[in-house]
Design a protein around this ligand. Sequence first.
Ligand code: NDP
Length: 318
Amino acid sequence: MKAVFVEQPGGPENLKYADQPKPEPGPGQALVKIAAAGVNFIDVYFRIGLYPATPPIVLGNEGAGTVEAVGPDVKNIAPGDRVAYAMARGSYAEYAVVPAWQLVKIPPAIDFQTAAAAMLQGMTAHYLTHSTYPLKAGDSCLIHAAAGGVGLILVQMAKMLGARVIGTVGNEEKAQQAKVAGADEVVIYTKEDFTAKAKGVHVVYDSVGKSTFLQSLDCLRPRGMMVTFGNASGPVPDFAPLVLSQKGSLFLTRPSLAHYTSTPEELSWRAGDVLNWIAQGKLKLHIHKVYPLADAAQAHRDLEGRKTSGKLLLCYPS
Ligand code: NDP
């Protein structure tokens, strides 16, 4: 089968599009014929070696497709089921083997591309707003990269919960997109300091990391919560906990989706909400572009080059 993988960590040029053995499902696993794979920043971290894995590393942590076969002991799904998943690596390929418990059946109203676009970023926005810092009406939040894949969904969910949203974005066009998603205020942080407009927020959702972390702490009210959940500009440097006290007895967390979808019940709650809200029109996805699987390197260049807003997908021509 065709797959996109890295043998040596590095730039997008290190992505190889070539044959890999078709995987076989073992106990508790399913073989999924991938119809669409989501591109996420986590794929960049695996490509550059920030998140280590054993080569050849087939990239892709999100996909949607049809179950082709199941291994022993699989009861929750069967061949022919339309499924989607996140946080199992190997979706930049024609086929992927996935732990069966991580597969969610796609409602009939939702197509494969929408499902592949929804799972990882949708469930991330869900846990951030419903569990890490559960937003309630009247809360205020700062969301960095508000026009990104996670960002546009996060803005919508924060508004659904009644929060006031201040978003940051890299340019005018993205500012417009964040506003359409519901942001009350948008700051173009490449030109303007965001701390003044975001002063006193209850929570900061920061996926940008290195370049925004310290300034974000200055936006929080006493006992506010700093949620640093990504490294788009690089990992946050070492940091003294005493700073949290000096800036107002702040809370700091560095969460991961894996720990917020660690049981079938929790996964089903988050994926169910996300897919149902999409089917009901309450949550809108913005697909930036669908790339052929063979062009995964270009998708990475666009994502890292801050040229995209919303979701990037890969599809293998069938
Ligand atoms: P995005 O679509 O948000 O793309 C990243 C965005 O970050 C860019 O578009 C850009 O927006 C902004 N950015 C700011 N500085 C930089 C920089 N130096 N280089 C590149 N981009 C920069 O990506 P995703 O939606 O896939 O992911 C968003 C973040 O969320 C990532 O950091 C990812 O790791 C994290 N994440 C974390 C999860 C978790 O559970 N911890 C799960 C899912 C995602 P702009 O131009 O507007 O500044």
